[in-house]
Design a protein around this ligand. Structure first.
Ligand code: GUN
Length: 292
């Protein structure tokens, strides 16, 4: 069994990006600049945005965080987005999700300039992705593809089962794994809360990708010997003995499932660091596109 080390891999990729930034500087061009809008004070979202900010500094990007209060009106949030769309200094930006209930998420995401949509959530980018056209690929699925590629895990002709159909992970992942590409060319089954016989379906999977946000959901009786297991969940589980009062757990019962898997991602240190790094990659791609 091999642990897919997302920290190690993301450090390698960040070094590659930092080298590209060096070349940009040597040419006297502007370094990539990523902005993030984070509405309100949700601790998990704040923590994600901080890690994005740290990653920007690590690779040599400029980084701007805009943090309006949770009470911001939809109209004011939209003007912030329009401002970033117009700002020639900003190569790419993200609107951290989830947004407060009074704001229409789809409406907001639709207003991001597709050329600056480094999260790849705009229907233009999502549609291009589904049509095998060049586009920004959402960072978490992009990170999973990169892990599969760099660990040279074959996907062609394999049965891939994706648990969860979120717009951020499950849905794009299912599209990407079936594309005519490497990684890709696999036979994909997407499962969700209405799926019957989930265990049977999972037992047929060569590659299992779990993205539902439910701690320890995937148990060892659902995993075939030798399967590749990708855990996207980051769940805070209360633990009085932990320093912060909680521990981070994935959607996979790691200790038991690892005995069956051929490859498995840990939580933390698997998919999470890759997500942040691939956002950096998309921002670099945005800069290179804007430079042309
Ligand atoms: N919330 C959880 N994951 C993500 C992500 O990848 N991008 C944004 N914008 N919000 C998220």
């Amino acid at each position: 069994m091999t642990i897919l080390d997302g920290r190690k891999m993301s450090n390698i990729i960040k070094d590659e990006i930092a080298q590209e930034v060096q070349k940009i500087k040597e040419k006297g061009e502007k370094v990539p600049h990523l902005a993030a809008i984070i509405v309100g004070e949700d601790p998990a979202s704040q923590s994600y945005v901080r890690s994005k900010d740290r990653a920007c500094k690590r690779v040599g990007f400029e980084s701007t965080i805009i943090n309006p209060p949770a009470t911001i009106s939809e109209e004011d949030l939209i003007s912030q987005i329009e401002k970033l769309n117009r700002d020639k200094n900003i190569d790419g930006f993200i609107v951290q999700l989830p947004l407060p209930d009074h704001i229409d998420e789809q409406k907001v995401l639709m207003l991001i300039d597709p050329d600056k949509d480094v999260d790849g959530f705009h229907p233009m980018n999502f549609g291009k992705m589904a049509l095998d056209l060049p586009s920004f690929i959402p960072a978490t699925p992009f990170g999973i593809l990169e892990l599969l590629k760099r660990y040279e895990i074959p996907t062609q002709g394999k049965n891939t089962v994706v648990i969860g159909r979120s717009h951020i992970v499950g849905r794009p992942m299912s599209i990407l794994m079936s594309r005519k590409d490497n990684p890709g060319n696999s036979t994909v089954t997407v499962t969700h809360r209405h799926t019957k016989n989930l265990k049977e379906i999972c037992l047929n999977a060569d590659i299992l990708i779990v993205a539902i946000g439910s701690a320890d959901f995937l148990t060892e009786d659902m995993v075939k010997d030798g399967a590749v297991v990708i855990d996207v969940g980051i769940n805070r589980v209360e633990d009085a003995n932990a320093k912060r009062g909680y521990v981070l757990k994935g959607d996979v019962d790691f200790e038991k499932v690892k005995k069956k898997a051929s490859f498995i991602t840990p939580v933390p240190g698997g998919v999470g660091p890759m997500t942040v790094t691939m956002l950096m990659k998309n921002t670099l791609l945005a800069r290179q596109k804007h430079q042309k």
